[in-house]
Write a protein that binds this ligand. Structure first.
Ligand code: PHE
Length: 463
């Protein structure tokens, strides 16, 4: 496949796919989902979802990509099922939707890096006005998109793989360093307990739906990212063990991020966890004062370090989000990669403008819609987030259904067996066959409906 590019080896693929997976979702969202969802009880459900439901989806996506050496849309055409390329088209749309707002948040992280480096901790208390100030956040959003486009334009091995090979190890070292430090702070154990002690009473259908949504988003599934990355994977590699590595990587980093954050929070509140502010705002609104409490010098060093880490994690994800449409344009429309990247990035940036202004600057986009039965309106960014959740679950459902009933599990298995001696008689094979035909279609279909009802109609079946 001259010209399309390839990952140079297994490690390159794993780091790039893990780079896609590890992102704002892990560091920004996961810790608080855990806390809100009942601590270790949520982690348990999350792990079950990752290995039971997400695992077969990831294996299938990689297999479809590697078999065809094509982008998310072209892959279905190459298999001879042109009608099913709607899955890939929806994936490209989901990629555009997600990147349009994700890039804005990534821009905040980058902006906070500079604020922390200058010891400006007050941005946390002024978070609302910070994000409403679009002349600043807009510049960071442009810079972030430009970085992303630069990496993607350099191609698979010189851009995506090389970026992941530099950023991912750096990210791990940074997290471990910050984690080690935060565990030595007074009250650290209070934070750890708050994070992890299981509260089974807080586990309900809503948190279970939340765990599924989070696992899909976090593993970058259901929108063709992994089909695209799989298309650059060599036939020598073992799809099953690569999937296991990527999943552990993602789950591991998310877990460590929580272990690093809660001791910091406990330290700054003196061990009083009664009114810890959860949710999305925490990192941007509350963390700066946590760093401030460490003193100006150390605080700005660690604060800058933290937001740089968050920016790095986001960058390998934005790269994978942009690669989905770019790979499509390059393959199907024969436009050169640099040109395709520039055009696509510009379009997605423009699509992100409502998200940019929808955080206090423009009233219309800040209070964008009120769902049926909801108390108040949600902003454009949250709306896109909810939409994306649903698109990924639907995409995942369609991908396994396609593999199980249309492409057929025999063909799927044949592809998986390449690079995995002994797959023929293994238990994994039995499991994958069962998962793509029964387990995943049934549960993903059900949970998709549940998440749509809960996201948009306020219907929580059990609460
Ligand atoms: N997995 C990324 C995160 O957790 C986000 C993402 C979703 C990236 C879908 C690519 C595709 O931040």
């Amino acid at each position: 496949m001259a010209g399309r590019g390839n990952f140079s080896n297994r490690l390159g693929f794993i780091l790039a796919a893990a780079g896609s997976a590890v992102g704002l979702g892990n560091i920004w969202k996961f810790p608080f989902e855990v806390e809100a969802g009942g601590g270790a009880a949520f982690v348990l459900i999350y792990l079950i979802f990752c290995f039971l439901l997400c695992f077969p989806v990831m294996v299938t996506e990689i297999a479809i990509g590697r078999k065809t050496n094509k982008n998310a849309v072209g892959a279905f055409n190459a298999l001879g099922y042109n009608k099913w390329n709607i899955i890939g088209k929806m994936g490209i749309l989901a990629g555009i939707v997600i990147l349009s707002f994700y890039n804005v948040v990534a821009g905040w992280a980058l902006g906070y890096f500079f604020e922390m480096a200058q010891g400006n901790f007050s941005v946390g208390k002024e978070f609302g006005s910070y994000v409403a100030n679009v002349s600043t956040t807009g510049v960071y959003a442009v810079i972030f998109m430009a970085f992303t486009a630069y990496v993607v334009s350099r191609g698979v091995s010189a851009g995506i793989e090389k970026g992941a090979k530099i950023l991912m190890p750096t990210l791990i070292i940074m997290i471990l360093g910050l984690l080690g430090y935060s565990l030595t702070l007074p009250n650290a154990m209070t934070g750890v307990k708050y994070y992890l002690i299981p509260e089974f009473s807080e586990l309900n259908l809503k948190t279970i739906g939340g765990a599924l949504r989070q696992s899909f988003f976090s593993l970058s599934l259901g929108m063709g990212t992994i089909i695209t990355y799989g298309s650059y994977l060599s036939k020598k590699e073992n799809i099953i063990s690569s999937t296991v590595s990527v999943t552990f990587f993602d789950v591991g980093i998310a877990f460590l991020a929580g272990l690093m954050l809660f001791p910091l929070v406990a330290y700054s509140t003196g061990g009083d966890m009664s009114d810890v502010q959860g949710g999305a705002g925490l990192i941007f609104a509350a963390l700066p004062s946590v760093f401030e409490s460490l003193g100006t010098g150390l605080g700005s060093l660690l604060g800058a370090f933290f937001f740089l880490l968050l920016s790095f994690a986001a960058l390998t994800s934005t790269v994978s989000l942009l690669e989905v449409p770019v790979s499509y344009v390059v393959d199907e429309h024969k436009i050169s990669r640099p040109k395709a990247t520039a055009i696509t990035a510009a379009i997605i940036f423009i699509a992100g403008l409502p998200s940019l202004v929808g955080n206090g600057y423009s009233e219309m986009f800040t209070s964008f819609v009120t769902y049926v039965g909801a108390e108040g309106p949600v902003g454009f960014m949250d709306f896109l987030g909810h939409l994306a959740d649903c698109m990924l679950l639907l995409g995942g459902f369609l991908i396994v259904t396609f593999a199980g009933y249309v492409w057929k599990k025999e063909n799927l298995n044949e592809e998986i067996a390449i690079g995995y001696e002994g797959y023929e008689n293994s238990r994994v094979k039995v499991f994958i066959g069962f998962a793509v035909r029964y387990l995943c279609p049934a549960l993903l279909g059900l949970l998709f409906i549940m998440v749509v009802l809960s996201n948009f109609f306020g219907v929580d079946i059990i609460n």
